[in-house]
Design a protein around this ligand. Sequence first.
Ligand code: SF4
Length: 371
Amino acid sequence: MTKKVKHLLGISGGKDSAALAIYLHDKYPTLPVEYYFSDTGKELDDTYTLLENIESYLGKKILRIKAAKNSHFDNPFDHFLNSYGGYLPSAQARWCTKKLKLEPFENDVVKNELSISYVGIRNDEDREGYISKKENIQSIFPFRKNIWSEDVIRSVLSNSNKLFMAEIALDTLKNGSVDIFTDLILKDVTESYPQKRKLNDLLTVGIKEFNQIVFNSLKDKNLPLSYEDVFPLVDNEDGLNRNDIFALLEKSGVGVPAYYKKVEFEVDGQKGYYSRSRSGCFFCFFQQKIEWVWLYEQHRELFNKSLEYEKDGFTWMSDEKLTDLIKPERIRQIKLDYIKKTERQAQNQSSEFLIDTLIEAEGVGCNACFV
Ligand code: SF4
């Protein structure tokens, strides 16, 4: 049965979602992708520049959405901060992502309709991203060799589903690889043969074939792709890594968000480079100490605004107040520690975007805000 399915891509202001917009536009021009951006009201200017660049490349508008539209506060973050009694968000109490990103997405973009949400997590990352718990939203990961979300893979590879999946494989594959696929599908997931290995084995035999088997197995489910007759990404065998993303952005002319650009600093006669590693709110609690120093030295007005939020015992970092972080001796130490850390890690890295790799790899974060 065919039903209307929305194809959605959230632009976060980060490099990966920007690259995914370009990638889908170029590689799947007939896919009716709708683009949206959830504005927290506390973004860097560079994010808005990136949005404009993407719009001119796509020749299409990015839908701007904002939570708490009717609030008397002039931005959503302050509205919800007030309703949470001034309690600043943190990795443990991340009300901001839910209120500023996820709920506006579900309420103003998805609106209870069947929706495929494309997520720009790369092939060189080992994380899953935002998976909606709602059945009408299905996440797809075009940059990964495994385009499917964890819930789909868990169901497809589960021991209790193996006979059904083997039958689907027999119906789907007409070529010689059917026996290899069915043998693998019939193998139980065990402690010594974990799901991840089974998945890798199947992808190694044939990505397109595996995707077609998964796609056909969804027909009797109630997921958005259950209602699509064809899905062009089934044929996608690409796996895009970090350097591919930078290359794609540069080649398209959209460019890398300006906050990624390395800025040189000097401390005790030693040179180092810092930048910001991610999009999202300028005061995001996920940023590292060196990024706070970058904000202090490169965007003093934004740092001062961040400082104003630290009151009534609430701080952005659990172990340090911003007023302590900007003491000259503390800044010196943070820079020296950072230089030492990057030098140590540089011995094991070969990326031309080393500084960014290091900064990002050390952080954890929020997929809805940073991808
Ligand atoms: S960028 Fe950080 S502070 Fe802003 S909504 Fe996302 S997690 Fe929260």
